[in-house]
Design a protein around this ligand. Structure first.
Ligand SMILES: CC(C)(COP(=O)(O)OP(=O)(O)OC[C@H]1O[C@@H](n2cnc3c(N)ncnc32)[C@H](O)[C@@H]1OP(=O)(O)O)[C@@H](O)C(=O)NCCC(=O)NCCS
Length: 181
């Protein structure tokens, strides 16, 4: 497991599937994600079973928050994908599905912890992401974790009857080292 101050990242387990199905059918959660169709339990079961075929570093991780009374609660998901072995880059993705945990710093901490893992364990040089311009909460969390704005693809996404801009952000290993220092 990968431990932060208030959260930890662990492998996804079969028992997590019902929570993912609930979260990924919640329009408030999926508003910032690529998912825009109802998701069945078997969709998620198939996704889970396909994880075994992926390289271990390419598998998503469950985010758990430390409970005040002790123990841990599964609140979301992070991942690094699209690994480029020569360029040492990967794409970051996150959702905190438990909405009662929004705006409490968990997304920022999970982002920081995944970035640390990407640079200090997986030896990446660049971690990048894209986020809709309608998702200021996510942009704020990414900025707090050290991501910088790279540019915008205008009207790149069609969603709920309108076009959204796609904001590109990234963090370099040198920037991460400077932030740590
Ligand atoms: C985006 C997400 C990961 C952020 O996680 P989180 O735990 O809520 O984020 P944090 O609490 O760490 O940080 C959010 C920041 O945004 C701020 N914020 C919230 N709503 C905002 C808004 N409308 N405008 C500007 N800032 C806003 C919060 O105040 C907070 O900043 P602060 O700590 O300085 O007060 C989470 O909300 C989520 O998973 N959403 C649904 C899925 C999603 O959109 N994933 C990202 C796809 S790119």
């Amino acid at each position: 497991m990968i431990y932060g101050d208030r959260i930890r990242l662990r492998a996804v387990e079969r028992e997590d599937i019902p929570r993912y199905v609930e979260w990924l059918n919640d329009p408030e959660v999926t508003a910032g994600l690529l998912i825009n169709l109802p998701l069945a339990s078997w969709d998620e079961t198939r996704w889970f079973e396909n994880l075994a075929e992926r390289e271990a570093i390419d598998r998503p991780l469950a985010v758990e928050a430390r409970l005040p009374e002790g123990g841990w609660k599964h609140i979301g998901n992070v991942g690094l994908h699209q690994f480029e072995k020569i360029h040492r880059s990967a794409e970051f993705g996150i959702f905190i599905g438990d909405k009662s945990c929004w705006n409490q710093g968990y997304g920022t901490e999970a982002t920081r912890l995944t970035v640390k893992h990407g640079f200090e364990t997986l030896n990446l040089n660049r971690i990048y992401l894209s986020v809709y311009n309608t998702n200021p909460r996510a942009v704020c969390a990414y900025e707090k974790a050290g991501f910088v704005h790279e540019g915008v693809q205008r009207q790149a996404i069609y969603r709920n009857g309108r076009y959204l801009d796609l904001i590109f952000m990234s963090i370099l290993r040198s920037e991460w080292e400077a932030l740590k220092g």
